[in-house]
Design a protein around this ligand. Structure first.
Ligand code: HAM
Length: 438
């Protein structure tokens, strides 16, 4: 409040309309049910597949991301730094995987049965150019399997959990895009080949690709510029360059997906914006107009991320669902979940005594599991009835001085307008009975 006043003064009479920070949105009450639905499904899927919930702080040491995402836009250009007097550089976490690995190592989670399946939900922050489906604060639900061998069965399990979550939310036309980016050995050989190929076409590619050619050659495959499309389409593909072990790993992942009847598209151009991945990478899309370009979920294997934090190798794989994109898609779809239909009663008072009594009756209804709403701030019967109508209450309970004195209450059916009187002692019983009738 103070800040608002001060800023208003500063503006010397000019009216200021405060807005949420650019790229960050309010989730209004009317959409809370949608978000709750996504959260509930995520928690349900996590439980069914044996993932344990973990919550890490929203702030993390910048160093964690700088080590695990060196050279990436997310880390080099998009992190929000937070001034901290003592603890050095802290950032609002741009993603959840590196913090989960930090928590796994810090808390000795390797001492419990492995692999450990972990699940998280929470906000992430990236200073991106905001556009539809791309925000600066967004929310992820993520699954990670940490501490097993680099066994392809876990890759399939992560893709399965991510896919099932979207499927349970009734998102149609889901498409899994999958690729392998190999291990550091085969990837290095491939990168050299790719660089050689692009060098031969340097004058035909965009400015960004010319920069990528030196610094991050794999990202050449991620270019969306039409100018580069013909060059990209003829570029060598990594699947042809995988070493024997990576080839076997990827073949097994695909066989497991076949076993699960999950269809997929091999996408040799799929590389990820984060640099800690090896072998399997995936993204899940919905072939729905306006959304087909936005990954709803993505992830991959990261067998070497732990080495950047603790110098010890801990194999892992994970994936995260973009909850904002899912919410937007559900909002615009014809199968969007509807707010739960619950029967409500509206408590109406006339006069001070009734208002006081109303407080304890509200408690009685709540304890009996009856959803009650009130408008204690309004005094006139008319405005309270109007509010009851607006709230779509099934019944109104009307209490005046006379009713308080005689210990009775009026029960009004909001649809038919029919009213009856019941002893206050029997209020809960009567309400329950009337709610059962149509
Ligand atoms: P990511 O691809 O950066 O991966 O993000 C995962 C998902 O979050 C995306 O598929 C997308 O749905 C959503 N998302 C990303 N950025 C935005 C944004 N600016 N606005 C709205 N939604 C967004 C990761 O973050 C990895 N940590 C995933 C992972 C988990 N890898 C292994 N384990």
């Amino acid at each position: 409040m103070e800040t608002i006043k001060r800023q208003n003064k500063k503006s010397s009479g000019k009216k200021i309309f405060f807005q949420s920070p650019k790229g960050m949105r309010d989730i209004l009450p009317e959409y809370q049910f949608l978000w709750e639905k996504i959260r509930d499904e995520a928690v349900k899927i996590a439980g069914e597949y044996g993932y344990l919930r973990i919550d890490t702080p929203i702030l993390e040491s910048a160093d964690i991301f700088e080590r695990t995402g060196e050279g990436t836009d997310i880390v080099e250009k998009q992190m929000y730094f937070v001034k901290d007097k003592k603890d050095g550089s802290l950032v609002l976490r741009p993603e959840g995987t590196a913090p989960i690995m930090r928590a796994y190592i810090q808390n000795g989670l390797n001492k419990i049965a492995q692999p450990l399946k972990l699940f998280y939900i929470g906000p992430m922050f990236r200073h991106e150019s905001p556009q539809s489906g791309r925000y600066r604060q967004f929310h992820q639900a993520g699954f990670e399997i940490i501490g097993a061998d680099s066994d392809p069965i876990y890759d399939a399990q992560i893709i399965l959990a991510s896919f099932r979550l979207l499927e349970e939310l009734k998102i149609k036309n889901l498409v899994i895009q999958i690729n392998s980016i190999g291990c550091k050995h085969c990837r290095l050989a491939y990168q050299r080949k790719l660089q050689q190929y692009y060098k031969n076409h340097q004058n035909k590619i965009c400015k960004d690709c010319r920069a990528r050619l030196q610094s991050r050659p794999l990202r050449l495959l991620d270019c969306k510029d039409e100018k580069c499309a013909p060059i990209k389409s003829r570029a060598p593909i990594i699947l042809d360059q995988l070493c024997g072990q990576c080839k076997k790993h990827f073949k097994n992942v695909l066989e497991y997906l076949d076993e699960l009847s999950l269809s997929y598209n091999l996408n040799p151009h799929l590389v990820r914006g984060l640099d800690y991945y090896n072998r399997t990478v995936f993204e899940i899309f919905s072939n729905t107009p306006q959304f087909s370009e936005l990954a709803l979920a993505s992830g991959g294997r990261y067998d070497h991320l732990s080495e950047m934090i603790s110098h010890k190798q801990i194999c892992a794989i994970g994936g995260a669902i973009g909850m904002d994109r899912v919410a937007e898609l559900l909002k615009s779809s014809d199968i969007k979940p509807l707010p739960p239909k619950e029967q409500k009663v509206f408590l109406i008072h006339i006069g001070d005594e009734a208002k006081k009594k109303g407080l304890s009756l509200f408690e009685e209804l709540r304890r009996a599991g009856i959803k009650a709403v009130e408008s204690f701030g309004r005094e006139s019967l008319k405005s309270q009835l109007k509010a009851a109508d607006k709230s779509r209450a099934r019944l109104s309970l009307i209490l005046g001085q006379k009713e308080v004195f005689e210990e009775i209450i009026i029960i009004r059916d909001m649809k038919s307008g029919a009213q009856e009187t019941a002893p206050i002692k029997k209020m809960v019983e009567e309400v329950k009975k009337m709610m059962k009738t149509q």
